[in-house]
Design a protein around this ligand. Sequence first.
Ligand code: ADE
Length: 503
Amino acid sequence: MGRSARFMAVLVGLLLLVSACLAESDDGGKRLCTCENDKGTCVNNTCRGDICFYMWVRGHEEKGCFSNHNYMEQCHTSFERFHVYCCRENLCNALATPRPNINGETTTVPPQQAHPELWITVALLLLFMVAGVCGLLLFLRFRRAHTCLKNVDDHNVTMLKVPNGDDPTYGGIFDEFCTSGSGTGLPYLVQRTMARQISLVECVGKGRYGEVWRGTWMGESVAVKIFSSRDEQSWFRETEIYNTVQLRHDNILGFIASDMTSKNSSTQLWLVTHFHEMGSLYDFLQYSSLEPESCLKMCLSMACGLVHLHTEIVSSQGKPAIAHRDLKSRNILVKRNGQCCIADLGLAVIHSQFNDFLDVGHNPRVGTKRYMAPEVLDESIRMDVFESYKQTDIWALGLVFWEISRRTIINGIVEEYRPPFFDLVPSDPSYEEMKKVVCVDQQRPRLHNRLHSHPIMSSIVKIMKECWFQNPPARLTALRVKKTLSKHDHDSDFSINKLKQDI
Ligand code: ADE
């Protein structure tokens, strides 16, 4: 941020503080706001909060209140087709409506007010502004001061342009925010607005975690994961990671929005992501068999996703290293182009070399026992060392490769789908059952002879074996898996050029 922008930010912050103090109401500083939703704390069309808001998104209106000052930032979001008006007077959002201006664009109109404290606030604001602007004019040159003045205007009106044109797409919305440099995900208010415009269409998955639905937003399919209340920590973790880490990658499930609402006094936690109609890899393998080239494509795409997760990128648009901790075929989605993407970051751990900070989160959940590495089962894992978590991901990656390889046709032979260790442990195995097989007896999934007769598959067999070393540091890294698989991949967009970019 430049000096002038910082100065302006401090000035605007001061102004907001003064106006907030003056506008304090008699309920411990909370304002009474109009609300028009059946969610949150809205009772009889009113709620209490620090800020009243009115929001308009292409014909959809919402009124309500925020109790969190952090939302002030959202109030000043400038965004195509989104109109947000925030105010700090009792019921000040009651009469706000969008109205087209002379250019056919829309501006939000605050209601007329007659409160004396408003006038005091406005007068003080003006006073501060004049003083601030004079200071700025002295401090900066004429042109830059002019820019800041314009920003002050933007803050007060908080309205966004609405050009004519098509309905928004979430890709378009992301582009808008990415190019405007607003960080990783969409601003929370926009996420919330989008989530509340989604219609749930059909349930496509159900489990201990909750449910996954196909929904539609502005005519596009989206996936909505509704977390069960006992798994709320996974929602918090995944939301935190997607909102703080730049995770856009072809082989990581694309995040759209997170939303928390309260319905009939219970909390609903939503995670909205891209929808992949082919479903999870687990579902896909039940009814599909593959050619070796398709198997390679899936394995390589997973390795690419895992390399992206595991790698810390040090730059302004960088990311910390992330280990997944619950890699399995149910947490991998199959895309229409035959590649896969990795989903469910609810258990992930984050590491930054910069300050050697390991963030393991606060989730009581553990990984899936069937996919647990020996050092997790016998509790010898070094939980304070980030590398250990990556090594457990590699163990699980090998097991997922094995599931795919069973469904790969070679010389006309293919095996039925089976989960790892299907022949050695019962369904929903206990720790003790898994530990006996994996740690004590040191058993590994059996590999069919046919796999050795195909160059791609024999290479994948070698990789699997090197993912399953008992000694964690001896296992391959995700980058090594990716490089080895890339050598077999001559005609896809994974090949050498793409690989070079990631090294
Ligand atoms: N099942 C779980 N997540 C999904 C998604 N994003 N798309 C389709 N099916 C899913």
